[in-house]
Design a protein around this ligand. Structure first.
Ligand SMILES: [Zn+2]
Length: 275
């Protein structure tokens, strides 16, 4: 059961230092996107960033007339600073690269092109958030999955929504592959494989179907996953209270290794053992 916040306690606020750090991170992210030649410029936004607290269902709002971006700090009530930072970077990718900054834009994508494309847009934003955390903030796969554990804990959802679970699996596969294929912190990642899965076949076959989007082309593939594996991943998503952080990450990595038919690299295993 979700814990209720005690009535009168004031909202947890970002400190001035945290706000400064966040704005610095977003600027670094923008510069990094330019270095990677993912974007040329952020011409329509001159980085006026506002961090209001609004008890409403939005995370980022962009006002192109005023050239300002607002991030709702409401979510920060429930999570750590690191996790909040990852949310902001994800949202900023929607703005800077994909040009779908507001909630309404995402809904429009869904109306125009359907649910799978909307999922893919989120998986791509998740991928580049993880890549930025790896290349610029020195995160390892295990450290990054610790953030996922937090996300699953804080935003746990007892109701399984297929599309959300598919996004969860798609992101897990896409970022894990990137980390595993590029173990060294100094290794620059130039390729990106995005996995868009559908979980429907898992009930009847021992595989999940995926659409893989590469820089150069798109192809269809299957990844190994039996119903039992799927049940475990579902646990991570819906019933995270029953798992320790280590157990949670173990589950996720077991799923990834089976899906790609690989053994977990020693370095990652050692890091996991030390949790
Ligand atoms: Zn998103």
């Amino acid at each position: 059961m979700a814990k209720k916040a005690k009535g009168a306690s004031p909202p947890k606020k970002l400190t001035t230092a945290q706000e400064t750090t966040l704005i610095k991170t977003l600027n670094n992210f923008g510069n990094w996107l330019r270095e990677k030649k993912i974007i040329k410029d952020l011409s329509h936004i001159d980085h006026v960033v506002d961090m209001p607290f609004a008890n409403a269902d939005w995370v980022m709002k962009v006002d192109t007339k005023k050239s300002s971006i607002s991030f709702n700090t409401y979510v920060f009530q429930k999570c750590s600073f690191e996790y909040y930072q990852s949310i902001l970077v994800h949202e900023f990718f929607h703005l800077a690269v994909q040009k779908v900054p507001n909630k309404e834009d995402a809904t429009r994508v869904k109306d125009d092109f359907g649910e799978p494309l909307m999922k893919l847009i989120d998986i791509e934003a998740d991928f580049f958030t993880a890549l930025f955390f790896k290349e610029k903030l020195g995160y390892s796969l295990v450290k990054y999955l610790e953030l996922y554990f937090e996300g699953s804990t804080v935003f746990s959802d007892n109701r399984i929504r297929t599309s959300k679970l598919e996004r969860f699996i798609g992101t897990l596969l896409s970022i894990s592959k990137m980390f595993i294929d590029h173990p060294k912190a100094s290794q620059k990642v130039t390729d990106c494989d995005l996995y868009l899965p559908t979980i429907t076949p898992v009930y009847t076959e021992s595989s999940l179907h995926v659409l893989v989007i590469r820089k150069e082309h798109i192809y269809f593939d299957e990844i190994q996953a039996e119903y039992g594996d799927f049940v475990q991943i579902k646990e991570c998503y819906t019933n995270v209270d029953t798992l320790t952080k280590k157990g949670y990450i173990e589950h996720l990595l077991k799923f990834v290794c089976k899906a790609f038919n690989i053994t977990l690299p020693e370095k990652i295993k050692a890091e996991l053992d030390n949790l």
